[in-house]
Design a protein around this ligand. Structure first.
Ligand SMILES: Cc1cc2nc3c(=O)[nH]c(=O)nc-3n(C[C@H](O)[C@H](O)[C@H](O)COP(=O)(O)O)c2cc1C
Length: 324
């Protein structure tokens, strides 16, 4: 029997917040989960003490369903193994694992054997079927999405194609959803819930740089472009960003344009870096990777994470068990 996302994960609102590296720290993830949806921290390249620190803040901040996002293609199989071992050892059962793109089959087995929910974002029907058959909740990402792009399909075309192949799987729609009306369209195409990234970039609890937040609230979808210029740190994938002087002229020199700090460690930011500007970043913010989905057309003000979740509650009702 087909279950809604809310029933599968035990949520009050059938909505997931994307674990966005740099932007989605424990504060955002816990605020979303405590508001009844599924929050998620961005694990990105964090490992050892830096990963432990964020896991600690996550598990002390909520006992509701909440996720840790990892990116197999960025870290490679060995580092992913280390990150996963830490997540499974250092967090309780309410913490689910979220992956951007497909891992090796052994990863599916390991997470499922640990009794954790696994949420995998895909961009093709083939990957979605593979992930669902191995027990994952499938997030179908369309090209409307902000950030790195896994496929070339429009969101609702991919959702509908996956639904046809997987009548009973839990399928979540991602990409371009900034309003309840857009979420309803995705549900009509066959989704059991939705995942939002851009709408949470501008949440008060997000760690996105204030200039990044203002640029997102001021933008509409025509201000976004698909490019591959922000490739230092994450090569080989196209991404949707706000158009910048760098996307307009990618022949500029590869020099350092800013500084940042990640979990207490300082880094220089080169032009073309895949890292987003955060509250800890200084320099030429306007030239950095400002990942942004077409959903920005419906995102016009900074607000709390709880208000974002509340805005979608009526169209993505929660699990019966959560409201009893
Ligand atoms: C600023 C930003 C950073 C992102 N970083 C990640 C990430 O680290 N891991 C991940 O799984 N997805 C990441 N994504 C992609 C989202 O998971 C999702 O595909 C996208 O946000 C959906 O489209 P929307 O932005 O229109 O809601 C990011 C998206 C944005 C906007």
């Amino acid at each position: 029997m087909r279950s809604s996302l809310a029933e599968v994960l035990g949520l009050e609102v059938g909505l997931l917040q994307s674990g966005m590296g740099g932007v989605a720290g424990a504060e955002l993830a816990c605020a979303v989960s405590n508001a009844g949806a599924g929050g998620c921290v961005g694990g990105y390249k964090l490992v050892d003490e830096a990963l432990s620190a964020i896991l600690d803040r996550l598990t002390t901040g909520t006992d509701r369903p909440v996720g840790v996002n990892l990116i197999p293609e960025v870290v490679g199989p060995e580092e992913l193994d280390r990150q996963l071992a830490q997540v499974l050892a250092e967090t309780p059962q309410n913490v689910y694992v979220s992956l951007f793109g497909m891992p090796d089959d052994a990863v599916f087995e390991r997470v499922v054997a640990a009794g954790r929910h696994l949420v995998v974002q895909v961009g093709t029907v083939e990957d979605g079927v593979h992930a669902a058959e191995r027990g994952a909740v499938v997030v179908a990402q369309g090209i409307e999405a902000g950030g790195h792009l896994l496929g070339t399909s429009q969101r609702d075309d991919l959702v509908a194609a996956l639904r046809e192949r997987l009548p009973e799987a839990c399928i979540v729609a991602s990409g371009g959803i900034g309003s309840p009306a857009e979420a309803e369209r995705a549900v009509a195409a066959g989704a059991d819930g939705v995942l939002l990234g851009t709408a949470f970039v501008v949440a008060h609890e997000s760690r996105a740089h204030s200039q990044f937040k203002s640029a997102v609230t001021a933008a509409d979808e025509t201000d976004t472009v698909i490019t591959d210029v922000y490739e230092i740190g994450w090569t080989g994938r196209r991404h949707r960003v706000l158009a910048t002087a760098v996307t307009a002229d990618p022949d500029q020199p590869k020099k350092f344009i800013g500084k940042t700090v990640v979990e207490g460690k300082p880094y220089l930011v080169p032009r073309f870096s895949s890292a987003v500007p955060t509250t800890a970043t200084t320099g030429r913010i306007e030239e950095m990777a400002l990942y942004c989905g077409q959903s920005c057309s419906a995102v016009s003000q900074e607000t709390s994470a709880a208000d974002v979740v509340a805005g979608f509650a009526s169209v993505l009702p929660g699990a019966e068990l959560a409201s009893n």
